[in-house]
Design a protein around this ligand. Sequence first.
Ligand SMILES: *[C@@H]1O[C@H](CO)[C@@H](O)[C@H](O)[C@H]1NC(C)=O
Length: 173
Amino acid sequence: MASFTTLRATATVHLLALVAISNLVKTDYINFYNIRPPVEATPFPKSFKCFTCDQAHDNYNCNRWAEDTWCPQNTQFCMTVHHFTSHGKTKSVTKRCAAREDCYMVGCRRHRDTSHMECVSCCEGMICNIEVPTNYTNAVFAKRQTVYSSAPPQRTRALLTIASLGLSRLFAG
Ligand SMILES: *[C@@H]1O[C@H](CO)[C@@H](O)[C@H](O)[C@H]1NC(C)=O
C-alpha cells in the first residue's frame, strides 16, 4: 500500500516535470522551485477550491490565511463579498464556495444607514476568487465559457494546477 502511494506521488512529480519542461517558454513567470506536487487526490470529478474566509480585515489577510479545503459537491463557484467605506477603505472580506443561486446577488449596493458599499462577485475555476470586487465592472458573475464542455487534455489540466499553485503562492504566500 505504502509503495503504491509512493509510486503514484513519483508519477505525479514526473508528470509535473515533463509539463514544466515542455512549457518552459510559455510559463516562465512561474517559479517552478516553489511548486510541490499535490499530495492529495481530488475528492470527486470537477472538484475545485476557493479562497475561504469569514470577515477578514482585508483581502491580503483573507488570502493569506484562507482555509485550504475542497468545495462541497453542491457548489460550482467561488464568491467574494467586499464591504468597504465610501472612500474605498476595506471593512471586511468574506470568501466562500457558492452555488449558482448564491451568485445571482453579484453587484454593488450601498448600505442606506452607514453609506458603506458592499460588492459581491462570483467566478468559476480553481481558487479564482483572488481579488475583491470594487465597482460594477468587477462585481460580476464570471463564468467560464468552455469549462467542462469536454474533458481537457491532461497537459492542460496539469498546467492549470501549476498556474493555480503559482497564483496561490503569489497572493497567499
Ligand atoms: C473599478 O475598479 C477597478 C479596480 O479597483 C479599477 O481599476 C477600475 O478603474 C474601476 N472602474 C470604474 C468604472 O470605476
